[in-house]
Design a protein around this ligand. Sequence first.
Ligand code: CA
Length: 232
Amino acid sequence: MRILLVEDEPDLGKAIDRTLKQEKYIVDWAQDGNEAWEYLDSQWTQYTLAIFDWLLPGLSGIELLHKLRAQHSFLPVLMLTAKDRMEDKVAGLDAGADDYLVKPFGMAELLARLRALQRRSPQIQPQQLQIGNLALDCGNRTACHLAGNGKNPTISLTNKEFQLLEYLMKHPNQIVTTDQIRNQIWEASADTFSNVVAAQVRLLRRKLESFGCANLIETVHGVGYRMKRGEI
Ligand code: CA
């Protein structure tokens, strides 16, 4: 799940960025409104959620919202701001914000608000994915092996392994190219080497192998990968 964070205060931005990444979100962090718009306008990445600070250099959070909604985007947006006057909240919500968090706030509350936005947004469903005997809970960010004996052991995945598996499971039986995976799973700022996707797929397969699920991910030579539905 990919989040665009737009926050110009370095310390707060860094803290949010770190917290979200610990929760296995893929995060692009823009520090001004114009940079944020470049991310939003890009055809290469699709965001699941966005967090906009209100006061920003360049375009403000409200201006970003106006531009986004003018394009008929339903991207769920959480506004962050020190403004806590009632008329500001109304202006934010009228501009198309989905929720509102007043600074200062705790990271636990921010994460809870994001989870609530995910639950409310039909385009982010389903929260539970299952292919073969592999189940992924996108809300709790966990994977487990449906062993069939009532025991469903959790498969311990790194953040990148989880993000890759989530992306593949959301595109069952479709060929996804190596470039699509790289653009969607790695942060725009990441310094990726050319075979980073292949290396990550190898690691994920090895992890799944111990649960008998390794052959769910098929290599389509010269193109990319395909998650096979229904095979174990
Ligand atoms: Ca600010």
